[in-house]
Write a protein that binds this ligand. Structure first.
Ligand SMILES: NC(=O)c1ccc[n+]([C@@H]2O[C@H](COP(=O)([O-])OP(=O)(O)OC[C@H]3O[C@@H](n4cnc5c(N)ncnc54)[C@H](OP(=O)(O)O)[C@@H]3O)[C@@H](O)[C@H]2O)c1
Length: 286
């Protein structure tokens, strides 16, 4: 653990950032583990990112999380990035080291996998084909995590084919890139379906995906967590699939950040999940 005499500080840099659920999550952990500290939202415009990151050591921050639009830009600012962040092409977490240098990593893939494992302990990455819809930042973390975990077949489908092909080339692994119009058929025989597009998020239309070919045993995951039940999750639940939304991914990615910042690996409990879920509308129409 860090120096017990020190007031512990961390935060999230984003623009906009005030909607972020991260302060609620991290401040819950400060209270739960009885530590003197706080976690703050830091509204930083893109042009101010370098100055803000470089100010962290002087302000005695242990580190910060990064959210839209800073995850890629921070790669060129921090002093060192690890292999996970380099492969994913984005940093979600910055750690201030003892000598004041900045270390960047990406905990999104950890968050996605740990959420699946905690919710469905019988889940195995090699249980059957995984279909991932989307090829943005979230998809990169999900595909990296699935490949690391031993997935044997990842069917990657994205509206813009070239974005999926680029992801496949850069991340590698057992990825088959399929054209957007084949997304419905791609579900045939799948053991896991993951939506990583922004479709289904409040303010966006539902993901246009027909689940008819998806085996009833398949798990359906959506990394979107606002609303708690996206239209995709609603349809999947009605068909009897086991489902999971993106809130758990968000909660779990905070655990390795705490370990790096404060030396504690906090727990994601049902109480914490419920506390955060209560701040999010249940359905798309809400
Ligand atoms: N739970 C978590 O911890 C977590 C972590 C990361 C992200 N997320 C959520 O995941 C979602 C995506 O985030 P991101 O950072 O990956 O965004 P991103 O990098 O901007 O990627 C967006 C993806 O959505 C696709 N898309 C956008 N509009 C579409 C449409 N009309 N039809 C079909 N596909 C469309 C894009 O396809 P093109 O390539 O064709 O543009 C791309 O694949 C957001 O809702 C975000 O909140 C959650």
């Amino acid at each position: 653990m860090g120096n017990p005499d020190r007031f512990l500080l961390a935060g999230v840099m984003g623009w906009p950032v005030m909607h972020s659920r991260s302060p609620k999550l991290h401040n819950y952990w400060f209270e739960k583990y009885g530590l003197a500290g706080t976690y703050v939202p830091l509204a930083i415009k893109p042009e101010g990112l370098k100055t803000a990151l470089r100010a962290l050591p002087g302000l005695m921050f242990s580190g910060c999380n990064l959210t839209i639009p800073h995850k890629q830009a921070a790669m060129a600012i921090v002093d060192e990035v690890d292999d996970v962040a380099r492969k994913i092409g984005a940093i979600s977490c910055v750690v201030v080291r003892g000598d004041g240098t900045l270390f960047g990593t990406n905990n999104d893939c950890y968050g996605f996998i740990q959420n699946l494992v905690q919710e469905f302990p019988d889940w195995r990455a090699d249980a059957g084909p995984a279909v991932v819809i989307g090829a943005g930042g979230g998809a990169r973390a999900v595909v990296y995590g699935l490949a690391e975990r031993g997935a044997r077949e990842i069917r990657l489908v994205n509206r813009t084919f070239d974005h999926a092909r680029k992801l496949s080339t850069e991340i590698g692994g057992p990825i088959a890139v399929l054209p957007w119009q084949e997304r419905h058929m791609a579900l045939s025989g799948a053991a896991l379906l993951v939506n990583t597009t922004s479709q289904g998020m409040i303010g966006n239309p539902a993901l246009d995906l027909n689940l008819a070919k998806l085996p009833p045993t398949a798990i359906v995951a959506d990394i979107v967590y606002i609303p708690r039940e996206t239209p995709l999750i609603g349809v999947a639940r009605a068909r009897g699939h086991r489902t999971i939304n993106g809130l758990g991914m968000l909660l779990h990615q905070g655990r390795p950040a705490w370990k790096a910042w404060f030396g504690i690996e906090p727990e994601v409990t049902p109480e914490l999940h419920a506390l955060l879920a209560a701040t999010i509308p249940q359905t798309w129409q809400a």
